[in-house]
Design a protein around this ligand. Structure first.
Ligand code: PNS
Length: 169
């Protein structure tokens, strides 16, 4: 599809939002799959000031940028505010989310309906790879904090950062 000459081609954009504290192989799987479906995938690290993370927002951005660099069409940034405002400001019509299990569906459906009602932005659900259906950033942090092996659940640079951060504590 091509727009007016001065505007260049119309790019199909989607956003993969999250806290990403830290990014896991489950997140990466969804981002990689979205990057094949859309021209540009925006990864939005949503800032929630009431949730203190193990990694700062800057650290999360660096880790995600490092592990998504190979895709070539992924843009990573932080945002403080409503996801629909992030979408509006960048002309993004679609949110892509992974669904791990039925238990995710209830809250995800509420958010999807709220976001659509607020702005018309659509949410598309991608079934998580079953290998990662139990995986969450919280569980990774908990298992790693108790010395469990999470090397198969997070990308190498995240494992290094996590090991270093936990050793400081
Ligand atoms: O990785 P998470 O913490 O499960 O991601 C949840 C997130 C950040 C996608 C969600 O809380 C969100 O969209 N927050 C931004 C604020 C917002 O738009 N809230 C209204 C949601 S209907």
């Amino acid at each position: 599809m091509t727009g007016p000459e001065s505007e260049g081609p119309v790019l199909r954009r989607a956003v993969c939002p999250g806290s990403f504290d830290p990014v896991t192989n489950g997140h990466l799987d969804i981002i990689a799959r979205a990057s094949k479906l859309y021209d540009v995938v925006h990864v939005a690290v949503m800032i929630n000031k009431s949730k203190k993370g193990i990694f700062s927002v800057e650290e999360r951005l660096d880790l995600i940028r490092g592990v998504t660099a190979e895709y070539g069409n992924v843009e990573v940034e932080a945002f403080h505010g409503l996801l629909v405002d992030f979408c509006k400001q960048r002309d993004i019509p679609a949110i892509v989310k992974g669904l791990r299990a039925v238990s995710d569906f209830d809250y995800e459906l509420q958010m999807a309906q709220m976001n659509h009602g607020l702005s018309g932005v659509e949410t598309l659900f991608v079934p998580t790879n079953p290998t990662y259906s139990f995986l969450s950033s919280s569980l990774v942090k908990e298992v790693a904090a108790w010395g469990g092996d999470v090397s198969h659940l997070v990308p190498g640079p995240v494992l290094e950062a996590l090991t270093e951060r936990l050793a400081e504590r």
